[in-house]
Design a protein around this ligand. Structure first.
Ligand code: H79
Length: 446
């Protein structure tokens, strides 16, 4: 028996409109974290912060009063939104999520609801507008990242313990609604909002407000896409309501982690947002831990699309607006790979075929075409496939160069696809399978 909820999910199953269908087809996205934290570069007075660079204000070594005046230094001399958008276009991303305001509360647009904005910096110009316009011009859809938690705002509360807390937080809720209205009115090209910092008790106790806020924002922009990180139900559940139903247009919980099986995504739309270093979204001089290689990022893209999700790679530009050389190289190499292989990424979905060790299947939405994205080539040169029972494979072709590959039937509906003898592969590659549905046998009648 479902629990009756006034502020739980208002829909079961996926959103089926054209805007959401476009979102579903993106495959690859870009995240950009840029703000005052980029100035500190993950270090303070010669010491390196052992956390995510954009969280450095919360480090006890950094006095808030020193952090909060960094706006007086923010002056990105070499920032060129068109160059950013062109780099993203070459990389092959279909959507951007951009930090308009992170937890530190500094706004990259000239908000009229606070003085703590780009207008108070030496740079002065509206960065959000420059980014939205430049990416839109390149045909890349733009989503605005917005942190609810605001370390700078006097009315922000982590919890509501007293009447005074509630009064302050009511003002904060109005401030939040005003800022979001302002963003959607100033940047009408916005396709969606990416909320963050919604995990505290104050917000979890505001279920009715979060519900009305979401409905109001969607009334401002028809088709607006909002993930599962905005709302709480009236019992304080986040992402999924007390009945286990997703609240939001897609599951927004896949941060720096990727589902392993299709069962893990519970039939929801989803995307995965990923850092190139182990953790850290804003620019840090030193990247701690392992840095993902281009092939790893491509593999993560393939894995996500094979499980019906999008993959979003984060970039953290320096305070001057330039990208570190490692990120430039990743973007360029991913783009070179996408130029040849993006058929297997865009508008693709979960194929429903049993996963094999060589890599990942994706299926073109609405077409009889399955892609094998190959990362591990067996010494035998034979790749095993086992199509689902309702399909047969008619032809296997290398996507690059269109060479047809021979196949050998095995038992139990499996086949081997033979790679060309003597050919060595140095990059992940794609095999296109033309498939044909087979008539299902009628079930015997009663
Ligand atoms: O913007 C990037 C990160 O800064 C932000 N989301 C990405 C996209 C992010 N912030 N925190 N986290 C991600 C991880 C959440 C940590 C939490 Fe906690 C653990 C929230 C609640 C428990 C640490 C302890 C932070 C608050 C309390």
């Amino acid at each position: 028996e479902p629990i009756p909820l006034q502020h739980g999910a208002h829909r079961t199953g996926k959103r089926m409109d054209a805007d959401m269908a476009k979102w579903r087809g993106y495959g690859l996205g870009q995240f950009i974290h840029w703000g005052l934290y980029s100035i500190l570069e993950g270090k303070y007075k010669g010491k390196y912060y052992n956390g995510a660079a954009e969280w450095i204000r919360s480090w006890k070594e950094v006095p808030n009063a020193e952090y909060d005046v960094l706006n007086k230094q923010f002056n990105p001399a070499t920032f060129n939104a068109t160059a950013w958008a062109k780099m993203a276009k070459q990389m092959g991303v279909k959507y951007l999520t951009f930090t308009t305001k992170h937890h530190d509360g500094f706004c990259l647009w000239p908000s009229k609801y606070t003085d703590y904005t780009i207008e108070s910096s030496p740079y002065k110009k509206d960065i959000v507008k420059e980014v939205v316009d430049a990416y839109t011009k390149e045909g890349i859809d733009v989503y605005l990242y917005f942190s609810i938690m605001d370390w700078h705002h006097p009315d922000w509360r982590y919890d509501l313990k007293t009447k005074e807390d509630s009064i302050a937080f009511d003002r904060f809720k109005l401030f939040t609604k005003n800022q979001l209205t302002e963003l959607l009115q100033r940047y009408p090209q916005t396709k969606g909002l990416w909320f963050d910092g919604t995990w505290d008790n104050s917000w979890k106790k505001s279920g009715a407000f979060t519900d009305s806020l979401e409905q109001y924002l969607k009334s401002l922009v028809p088709g607006l896409i909002i993930g599962s990180r905005l709302r709480a139900d009236e019992k304080g559940n986040r992402h999924v309501d007390a009945n286990g139903v997703l609240m939001g247009d897609y599951e927004q919980g896949w941060e720096r982690k990727i589902p392993k099986t299709y069962a893990d995504v519970h039939g929801n739309d989803w995307d995965c947002v990923m850092t190139i270093p182990e953790n850290g979204w804003g620019y840090a001089e030193k990247w701690m831990g392992h840095w993902k290689t281009t092939n790893e990022l491509i593999e993560m893209t393939a894995q996500c699309v094979s499980l019906g999700g999008n993959f979003v790679v984060n970039f953290g530009p320096k305070a001057d607006g330039s990208f570190r050389k490692e990120e430039i190289a990743n973007a360029k190499e991913i783009g070179e790979w996408m130029k040849i292989n993006s058929d297997a990424i865009y508008n693709c979905e979960y194929a429903g075929w049993e996963k094999q060790d060589w890599g990942y299947y994706t299926k073109k939405r609405g077409e009889d075409k399955v892609y094998m994205i190959v990362f591990n080539v067996p010494l035998s040169g034979s790749l095993k496939i086992k199509p689902s029972a309702n399909y047969v494979v008619e032809k296997a072709t290398l996507l690059e160069g269109k060479q047809q590959l021979s196949t050998e039937k095995l038992d139990y509906g499996a086949s081997f696809i033979q790679l060309p003898k003597g050919k060595t592969f140095v990059k992940p590659f794609v095999i296109v399978l033309d498939i044909k549905p087979v008539k299902q046998q009628e079930e015997a009648g009663p």
